[in-house]
Design a protein around this ligand. Structure first.
Ligand code: FEO
Length: 396
């Protein structure tokens, strides 16, 4: 499949409808994904990025239907992660001398992955490649989300090729943001930002300000995953600016794991207390042992606070709670409160451990949390409801 984006740009990527896990097991892709590669035709012909290695052969066959490979004058690698550079080995076997334009860090990364010394041309912010009537202008975007990342801007058509930034793991043959379901699109764009870009929020803000300061008109944003933004393309740029500034909605997320349901009952009683005190706040509640970890992170991203609970086991916490805490520690959320709870039978260390981990993860603890011995009876549930009220008030 190929698809004309406009008179000069053709999409030649791969829609991966079946994908359900990405980055190994790190990221769930309930709606599949795509690896977007673009062919740009002017007096010169440019191939912008490729696809993930398992689709390399299909990509090559498809590309050959679209163009004689020897007519490709330049290859651009905006980011060398294998989901975008994976077809380079097959491509470069056929056109080994074609120059590959990329950042200095991308050269290191490509060599590290493929152990080949292809014809690299290193570029940095502001460098231009004339391709006829139009230019490609390169903008380094380090840590968005790898040190090698860059954006490429096509003059004349005013297209920003943003690679991972502004992308979504969202398979659709409709291709454009004005044609797909908006709620689905934003759900996937938010999840992408929350799980991948949160640690780099300060850099996101700075980079967007830098790109906007060039005053380049933007008629389309073509990311390397998912849907192309052509209807009011700056809407996603503005959304990123909001997300980068310690984003929160009026929401609290409760995440717990439980052995015999006591901690679940605590979670539900805490919810009742929050609602009793704070009627307008949305509450999301997850048992982390059987919920999708990336969906949980997306809700934490939108929340003012996360309330974490676990039974005590072997003087520690349950496995899924430990995994969740490790995950949010790496993401570096800012300006969010934390609450803690847990049931126990003997020693009861879970709340102390969760407090320590939430503090390390950058959350501002409401207090040291609550613990309930054995199954909570009505008095135990009242303690939980009272704690919920305290949380509800703290989030007003
Ligand atoms: Fe889509 Fe960072 O690769």
């Amino acid at each position: 499949m190929s698809f004309k984006i406009n008179d000069s740009v053709t999409w030649v990527g791969k829609i991966d409808w079946a994908l359900r896990k990405f980055h190994g097991d790190e990221y769930s892709t309930h709606k599949g994904s795509s690896y977007n590669s673009y062919l740009i035709r002017d007096e010169k012909t440019v191939l912008m990025d490729t696809v993930w290695r398992p689709f390399s052969k299909e990509f090559m066959q498809n590309l050959k239907k679209e163009i004689d490979l020897n007519k490709i004058d330049y290859i651009i690698v905006n980011h060398a992660e294998p989901d975008h550079s994976g077809a380079l080995p097959d491509l470069m076997k056929e056109i080994p001398n074609t120059p590959i334009y990329c950042t200095k860090n991308a050269v290191k990364s490509i060599k590290g992955h493929y152990h080949q010394d292809w014809n690299f041309v290193e570029v940095k912010t502001g460098d231009k490649l004339n391709i006829g009537k139009k230019d490609l202008i390169f903008v380094e975007a380090r840590m968005l989300h790898w040190p090698d990342t860059m954006f490429s801007y096509l003059t004349g058509d005013n297209i920003l090729f943003s690679n991972d930034a502004f992308g979504q793991h969202y398979a659709s043959e409709l291709m454009f943001n004005d044609l797909v379901d908006k709620a689905e699109l934003y759900q996937e764009a938010t999840k992408y930002y929350a799980n991948i870009l949160t640690p780099f929020s300060k850099l996101v803000e700075n980079k967007i300000n830098e790109v906007l300061s060039f005053n380049l008109p933007v008629d389309m944003i073509c990311p390397s995953h998912g849907i192309i933004w052509r209807d009011n393309p700056l809407q996603i740029v503005n959304k990123y600016m909001e997300w980068a500034k310690d984003y929160q909605e009026n929401q609290v997320t409760i995440v717990y794991d439980t052995m015999w349901d006591a901690t679940r009952k605590m979670a539900e009683a805490i919810s009742e207390g929050i609602v009793a005190e704070n009627k307008s706040i949305a509450i999301k509640q997850f048992n982390s042992s059987h919920s999708d970890k990336n969906d949980i992170v997306t809700e934490v991203f939108k929340s003012k606070a996360v309330i974490v609970g676990s039974s005590t086991i072997n003087k520690g916490i349950l496995y899924s709670t430990a995994g969740f805490l490790e995950q949010i520690k790496g993401l570096g959320f800012k300006n969010k409160k934390g609450g803690v709870f847990g049931s126990y039978g003997w020693s009861g260390e879970s709340t102390k451990i969760i407090c320590e981990d939430l503090t390390k993860a950058g959350f501002d603890l409401i207090d040291e949390g609550i613990k309930v011995l054995w199954e909570p009876d009505e008095a135990g549930l009242d303690i939980c409801r009272e704690y919920g009220r305290k949380i509800g008030k703290a989030l007003l």
